[in-house]
Write a protein that binds this ligand. Structure first.
Ligand SMILES: Nc1ncnc2c1ncn2[C@@H]1O[C@H](COP(=O)(O)OP(=O)(O)OP(=O)(O)O)[C@@H](O)[C@H]1O
Length: 237
């Protein structure tokens, strides 16, 4: 777990995509240590591409990604993880043929097995199911496992791509509560706008690969016109 002096993410002029195709253009934003940023926008605007670009899984055409002053763009995915980036992809990185505990062990990155207790403390359900196969878990359990595994690597920045997708409301509550207790810097991509705004202190709105709004979550919640325009929703104030 990071202290509040780590996990300062600074993105500038970031243009990236897949091969020659540019999906996000000139992204610029910062997240301070311990900050929580919601990355919102309609389907296909480039939210997943943004997170994938931060961890080095796309083609970067321009721009910089600095974590605690260290430039990450020259580094591969493994080195970025070692530098502090934790990633929970939309696909939920669970090895179906491994048990829950074996899945967690793959996240230890050289730490002793006793560190697994951190995961079990965060999600007691995983301890109950530690001998179960990853493929036999419910959606919520898979998501807990994916988050817990990323955290065992002690990231200073955690990137979460639609962690609530397909989960029952009560499981969403549990997961968001667990995430709220973490001190790490987080970027949350989420379709459940209400929950994302509750969770995050700041919000970045993307439209067609570009940042169209950045501000405090509370301010966006009150701006119905902006929400309608870029998200197609309006929340009760
Ligand atoms: N591997 C890929 N190769 C080529 N194009 C891709 C690839 N992945 C995504 N795209 C394209 O990039 C664009 C942005 O996709 P992305 O998944 O980043 O959007 P998103 O905002 O996360 O959408 P959603 O909310 O639906 O998950 C889309 O037009 C998509 O078709």
């Amino acid at each position: 777990m990071s202290s509040r002096t780590e996990g300062h993410l600074e993105i500038a002029g970031l243009t990236a995509g897949y091969g020659e195709t540019r999906i996000v253009e000139g992204l610029a934003f910062t997240v301070p240590p311990g900050g929580r940023l919601a990355l919102l926008g309609r389907n296909g605007v480039g939210k997943t591409t943004t997170l994938a670009t931060l961890v080095g899984q796309t083609t970067r055409h321009a721009g910089s990604i600095r974590l605690d002053g260290v430039e990450l763009t020259g580094l591969g995915a493994a080195a970025r993880a070692a530098a502090g980036l934790g990633y929970v992809p939309q696909t939920r990185d669970v090895f179906r043929s491994l048990t829950v505990e074996e899945n967690l062990v793959t996240g230890l990155k050289g730490r002793p097995r006793t560190a697994l207790e951190e995961a079990y403390e965060l999600f007691p359900r995983l301890k109950e199911r530690r001998r179960n196969g990853g493929g036999n878990l419910s959606g919520g359990e898979q998501q807990m496992l994916s988050v817990a595994r990323a955290l065992l690597g002690r990231p200073t920045v955690l990137l979460l791509d639609e962690p609530l997708e397909g989960l029952a409301p009560v499981i969403c509550d549990q997961l968001m509560q667990a995430l709220s207790r973490l001190a790490v810097t987080m970027i949350l991509v989420e379709q459940q706008v209400d929950r994302a705004l509750d969770f995050a202190d700041r919000v970045l709105l993307l439209d067609r690969g570009q940042v169209v709004h950045e501000g405090a979550s509370a301010d966006l919640r009150g701006d119905h016109a902006l929400m309608e325009r870029h998200l197609g929703v309006a929340l009760a104030a």
